[in-house]
Ligand binder design. Structure first.
Ligand SMILES: Nc1ncnc2c1ncn2[C@@H]1O[C@H](COP(=O)(O)OP(=O)(O)OP(=O)(O)O)[C@@H](O)[C@H]1O
Ligand SMILES: [Mg+2]
Length: 298
């Protein structure tokens, strides 16, 4: 891959505003009586308002840990997360998260409509507006005809659409997504990717999207950040200079897409053995006993 043609910042961690989301020197170490795990060592990056940034990294790199810290669900061990200049100390009102495990993120005893409505009630949105938001969100994910169904009566892909509808109805300024399509089939995944881009462009949200799928990151993102193996740092920050109009077949078969995919792939390979003390990166272990999770789809 020719480095000159790809606009990237190796081991970036750079950042001068104006960012909506500003992660500064974030670290997280899990401590229990018998074990200490340094998951995130030192992460610094910013996401501009309205930007769609993807994060890829080896399995166990600390991607979910990072998102939980950003979402205010987990206190960092060091550093800070700022949302619109204010430090995140608890889940912010204007942020929503879509988790990978839709099966566990929807309440089985509530209907689709009630699942989407619940956070709006907590936000104290007036009833009439809530009804509008729920109906619009269901319409936008193509589920207008199942408001009264229970999650367990729906397919996996439909349940994930409900989770997306719930996040969108909440009208968040920032949407965090943690490998949201990992458990659905390839066709549904492609549809949900397009839905995500369509909603992002229409609603002007800022999106931070975590995936282990390099192709997905390149297809979706305006930017791809590559995380090193734990303890995690940002190894690479690549601008995805594909046209804004993306289409599954045409975009994925474009020569530029292939170049970007190959570049990110090589960075993820490097990420598996990257250590701060060794910024050049040691050669990747060809046996690759871990982290094969982060790869391009065949
Ligand atoms: N609650 C916890 N207590 C202790 N260690 C944890 C906890 N959660 C995560 N870890 C550890 O922190 C490291 C990073 O985990 P994390 O789940 O953030 O990785 P990930 O990049 O999201 O992985 P994957 O790609 O498999 O989802 C791992 O070594 C993991 O074992
Ligand atoms: Mg994870």
């Amino acid at each position: 891959m020719t480095g000159t043609k790809i606009a990237s910042t190796a081991a970036a961690g750079t950042g001068s505003g104006p960012f909506l989301l500003d992660v500064r020197g974030l670290s997280k170490t899990y401590r229990s009586s018998d074990r200490t795990v340094e998951a995130v060592r030192d992460l610094t990056f910013g996401v501009a308002p309205g930007e769609l940034a993807c994060i890829v990294g080896p399995s166990g790199a600390g991607k979910t840990t990072l998102l939980k810290c950003v979402a205010g669900l987990l206190p960092p061990s060091g550093g800070e997360v700022l949302l619109d200049g204010a430090r995140v100390l608890r889940p912010p009102e204007n942020m929503a998260v879509v988790f990978q495990e839709y099966g566990r993120s929807l309440f089985p005893w509530l209907t689709v409509e009630q699942n989407i409505d619940l956070p709006l009630r907590q936000k104290k949105v007036p009833k009439r507006r809530r009804r509008e938001l729920v109906a619009e969100a269901l319409e936008s994910v193509g589920l207008a005809d199942v408001p009264g169904a229970y999650p367990w009566q729906l397919s996996g892909g439909m349940q994930q659409r409900v989770a997306i509808a719930r996040a969108v109805a909440y009208e968040p300024a920032v949407l965090l997504m943690d490998e949201p399509f990992a458990a659905v089939d390839a066709q549904t995944r492609a549809e949900l990717e397009d839905l995500t881009r369509e909603l992002w462009r229409r609603l002007g949200m800022t999106v931070l999207f975590v995936t282990h799928d390099i192709e997905e990151a390149v297809y979706l993102g305006q930017r791809v950040l590559v995380l090193s193996a734990a303890p995690t740092v940002i190894m690479e920050d690549t601008a995805i200079d594909l046209p804004a109009e993306r289409e599954q077949l045409a975009t994925r078969s474009a020569p530029r897409f292939a170049e970007l995919r190959a570049h990110i792939y090589s960075q993820v390979q490097r990420a598996k053995t990257y250590h701060r003390a060794d910024p050049a990166g040691r050669p990747a272990d060809p046996a690759g006993d871990e982290a094969d999770h982060a790869e391009a789809r065949p």
